[in-house]
Design a protein around this ligand. Structure first.
Ligand code: HEC
Ligand code: HEC
Length: 265
């Protein structure tokens, strides 16, 4: 009898709930601080890397960006690289956007023209010109975050340009937001940190390192799950999906109303 009464005590339920909340909360805090404690790669750039990077820069980039990366404001506006950071160089060169070529409204991605080592040398050189965002570590970009939270953040911050499942979309003036499937996790992180072209910068105050990891986790989930069940509706995004839901639900409600009306007669 006593056992049975204890089991049903409301106090016991409260204690179990409090313990559960404390456990999940503690786990969450531990996981978050583990992510934020990761050390950026470029913090360990050597003087030799900077020297090599400077040579590569003079031969391949200075014609447009200036001898000291100061940029140019002449007939062809080229941005200064002082303070853009190693992350921007890694993103631009490793995705093949840089070195730039004859212009359209937006520079196309090309086959990358430098090795990983050369890219890290140029990144080290540019980082030495002025402090900027560092290249994220493997741990920071690993797709082991919270995909549901990533989905929410992606819909709020990215879907208006890149579509709800990252399928890409057209912008004004002949520009476009590219599809995101197949983009390396590191480059997704760097794109958020540096905001190429029309894309806004999402610094750590806008989206914490954990938020960025969650977004990457969501994108990798979408990549591995070709269709999230049912009809894809051409992945046209929230408007089409919303419309579909409304037509479907409204139709259902109308059908029930008619049925109820018919029954009462
Ligand atoms: C033909 C001229 C040209 C050359 C050569 C060139 N760039 Fe660029 N670069 C540009 C232009 C123009 C932009 C702006 C692109 C844009 O807004 O899409 C740019 C943008 C960048 C950015 C982004 C800056 C930012 O604000 O985040 C980086 C980083 C960069 N270049 C690095 C390099 C490196 C490294 C090289 C050499 C390997 C290089 N570029 C060679 C023209 C050039
Ligand atoms: C205002 C529109 C806009 C928003 C909002 C936006 N982006 Fe972008 N994004 C762009 C454009 C434009 C480019 C292409 C830049 C270029 O080619 O230089 C781009 C490029 C990228 C790339 C590089 C893709 C590749 O092919 O290399 C990634 C990754 C990316 N965005 C992720 C995101 C994420 C994640 C968010 C939300 C946190 C986001 N973007 C929000 C417009 C946007």
């Amino acid at each position: 009898m006593a056992f049975k009464r204890n089991r049903r005590s409301p106090l016991a339920a409260i204690i179990v709930m409090a313990a559960g909340l404390a456990l999940t909360g503690g786990g969450y805090a531990a996981a978050t601080s583990a992510v934020e404690a990761a050390k950026p790669v470029s913090a360990i750039a050597t003087a030799e890397q900077v020297t090599e990077g400077k040579k590569l820069f003079a031969a391949n980039c200075a014609s447009c960006h200036g001898k000291k990366g100061e940029g140019s404001s002449g007939s062809n506006v080229v941005p200064s690289l002082i303070g853009v950071g190693a992350a921007s160089v890694d993103f631009q060169v490793a995705t093949g956007r840089m070195p730039g070529q004859a212009s359209g409204p937006q520079l196309e991605k090309k086959k990358p023209q430098f090795t990983a080592e050369q890219i890290s040398q140029m990144a080290a050189y540019v980082a030495s010109l002025g402090e900027g965002p560092a290249i994220p570590t493997d741990a920071m970009v690993a797709a082991d975050g919270d995909s549901a939270n990533g989905n929410t953040l992606f819909r709020i911050n990215c879907a208006m340009c890149h579509n709800a499942v990252g399928a890409g979309g057209a912008l004004t003036h002949g520009k476009w937001a590219p599809a995101l499937d197949g983009v390396e996790a590191r480059h997704v992180y760097e794109a958020m940190l540096t905001g190429p072209q029309n894309m806004p910068v999402f610094n750590d105050a806008n989206l914490s390192p954990k938020d960025k990891k969650d977004i990457i986790t969501y994108l990798k989930y979408v990549e591995e799950t070709p269709s999230m069940g049912g009809y894809e509706l051409a992945s046209l995004g929230p408007v089409v999906e919303g419309l579909f839901t409304w037509v479907f639900i409204l139709g259902f409600i109308i059908a029930i109303t008619i049925w109820l009306g018919a029954k009462s007669n």
